[in-house]
Design a protein around this ligand. Structure first.
Ligand code: HEM
Ligand SMILES: *[C@@H]1O[C@H](CO)[C@@H](O)[C@H](O)[C@H]1NC(C)=O
Ligand SMILES: *[C@@H]1O[C@H](CO)[C@@H](O)[C@H](O)[C@H]1NC(C)=O
Length: 510
């Protein structure tokens, strides 16, 4: 352990030097920078951070320095925003200046240049977001309701039959992955879906290792830095080559298959098929390939984490679970499954999902934005090229907005007469301004459908050990690019045989 830390530090110093030589020509600013801790030479504030949970350090700094903090890491300026109002003022209201990303040169080398999330603000990004809007905006994403339901029903049956509750995460991952492929590409030929999923999985695990050094330098803070030594000293170029190859296959193969299906009239409803059947040019087609692969890359870990956290909360708060089930049973016939049409009549379930996103933000520092121009806010100077991060953790722990913030309590999101509050409709979990998550409707629909199906049929409880004693569960989370709950034990029991029978009949008739 110590050894890896020393290695990591050594590498940090090298990167620091490179970055420092390139970037730290000191500028004289006309106004003061926002307050923050005094940086050390070169390393800046890097060593003052909690290496696993830097958001905790930033939240604590907020108490000393206020809600907008300046910090310097390895020669790069960072602004951390600890308040909803400031996040809105800068990232929404001044979005023209706050919507680019830190530059990642190695991403290109690894064939990851198609990654929407790391594109600088500009024409290519606008093109990507236009296609995302065309194929996944709110109205269109609802049109996949049957697919969400079919996959969610399968998930329920699998959970009922799970021989070990530790398969929970695997089942959730299976649900999310196969749903994403179905919505993106429709029916691929036998074996093609599996091979897509295997390779996409490999791609994601490589990208978690090839963290571009510039980025690592910028986000010293981030836990994935621990992976740096293996990257630096072992087969970096081989990994990059494999990464490029995977990207090419994943971008082209399923897309070309759907294209052939569209040509011979056998394509089913999917993002790619619908795109291809509308007027478009060749450039759009390349963009659509990227958008399609981004649905997997952007959707998989995020959705899995949220669903897993949802089940965790349901184990820990049985009363909340029971109230959600009662709400469903009151609105939906006892032998029918809830569907997206019922969503508006089930505010408590939506409140639960909002609370899952708030309770433990899966990206506690959001995704970094960068400024494309010098700016002035509240008398402070914010230089061009500053990395701007919204500390979702601090927002979610704001006791003025969320009293007793660590408690899981969906009623925070309801008015006194039980309606969903208007506030936080685009809650901070999905980001901000011109970079707000373009997959949010798809994400919400698939989360809602899975959560409602689970609650409608299954009671989730603590598991029992071989002595019949209940196995305690603690809300503990593992950090990474996306935060996930630690594996925990729980059990599933059917509480509605009519719905269960209905699901089994549907599965058999498939
Ligand atoms: C619960 C699920 C999800 C959560 C919590 C989530 C959250 C986020 C966040 C916080 C960002 C950064 C926004 C910003 O920079 O301000 C983001 C960006 C993005 N998300 Fe999601 N996301 C989810 C699911 C999805 C899905 C299902 C897709 C695709 C179908 C997707 C595609 C993307 C893309 C392409 C970006 C980059 C946008 C850009 O840089 O302009 N996400 N997401
Ligand atoms: C249509 O094209 C797909 C993709 O190439 C192929 O798998 C399928 O067999 C074709 N179907 C017909 C009826 O030609
Ligand atoms: C960026 O901010 C500066 C200073 O507030 C402003 O003058 C400029 O118009 C902004 N640029 C854009 C593109 O909004």
């Amino acid at each position: 352990m110590l050894f890896t830390h020393i290695l990591a530090l050594g590498i940090l110093c090298i990167i620091a030097l490179v970055v420092a030589l390139g970037l730290t020509r000191r500028r004289v600013y006309p106004l003061p920078l926002p307050p923050g801790p005094r940086p050390l030479p070169i390393l800046g504030n890097a060593l003052q951070l909690d290496p696993k949970r830097p958001w905790l350090t930033y939240t604590a700094w907020g108490k000393t320095y206020g809600n907008i903090i300046h910090s310097r890491m390895l020669g790069v300026d960072l602004i951390i925003i600890n308040s909803e109002t400031i996040a809105r003022d800068l990232l929404d209201k001044r979005s023209a200046n706050y919507s680019t990303r830190p530059v990642l040169r190695t991403a290109e080398l690894a064939g990851l240049g198609f990654n929407t999330a790391s594109l600088p603000y500009g024409e290519t990004l606008r093109q990507h977001r236009k296609i995302f809007h065309q194929v996944l905006r709110a109205e269109v994403s609802v049109s996949y309701h049957e697919m969400y339901s079919r996959h969610a029903n399968e998930l329920v049956i699998k959970l009922l039959g799970a021989p070990s509750d530790l398969l929970l995460q695997q089942h959730i991952r299976g649900y999310t992955a196969s749903l994403i492929v179905a919505v993106t590409y429709g029916h691929l030929a036998d074996g093609h879906e599996d091979s897509f999923l295997t390779r996409a999985h490999e791609l994601l695990s490589i990208t978690k290792h090839i963290v571009p050094p510039e980025r690592a330098a910028l986000f010293t803070a981030f836990p994935f830095l621990e992976k740096l030594p293996s990257w630096c000293f072992g087969g970096a170029f081989a990994l990059m080559g494999r990464c490029r190859e995977l990207c090419q296959q994943l971008l082209n193969e399923p897309f070309d298959e759907v294209k052939a299906q569209v040509a011979n009239g056998t394509a089913s409803h999917s993002l790619v098929a619908d795109f291809l059947s509308q007027a478009h040019d060749d450039a759009d087609e390349e963009t659509m390939k990227a958008v399609a692969l981004m649905a997997y890359i952007g959707g998989i870990d995020t959705t899995v984490s949220v669903l897993h956290t949802f089940v965790l909360a349901m184990v820990l708060y049985p009363d909340i679970q029971a109230r959600a089930r009662a709400e469903i049973d009151q609105v939906v016939r006892h032998d029918k499954m809830p569907c997206l049409d019922d969503r508006a009549s089930l505010p408590y379930l939506d409140a639960i999902l909002r609370e899952v996103l708030r309770w433990y933000p899966l990206a506690p520092l959001g995704f970094p934005h960068a400024t494309s121009n010098d700016d002035v806010y509240d008398g402070y100077f914010i230089p061009k090229g500053t990395i701007v991060m919204v500390n979702q953790w601090a927002l979610s722990r704001d006791e003025d907005v969320f009293p007793d913030a660590s408690r899981f309590d969906p009623s925070r999101h309801l008015t006194v007469d039980g309606k969903l509050k208007d506030l936080f409709v685009n809650h901070f979990a999905f980001g901000r301004g011109r970079r707000i998550c373009p997959g949010r409707w798809f994400a919400e629909n698939s989360l809602w459908t899975a959560a409602s199906a689970i609650i409608a049929v299954l009671r989730i409880e603590h598991a029992k050990d071989s002595n019949g004693d209940r196995i305690e569960v603690k809300p503990e989370f593992r950090t990474g690019i996306v935060v996930h709950p630690e594996l925990f034990h729980c059990s599933f029991e059917s509480v509605n045989t009519a719905r269960e029978g209905h699901l089994r009949a549907m599965m058999n008739s498939k």
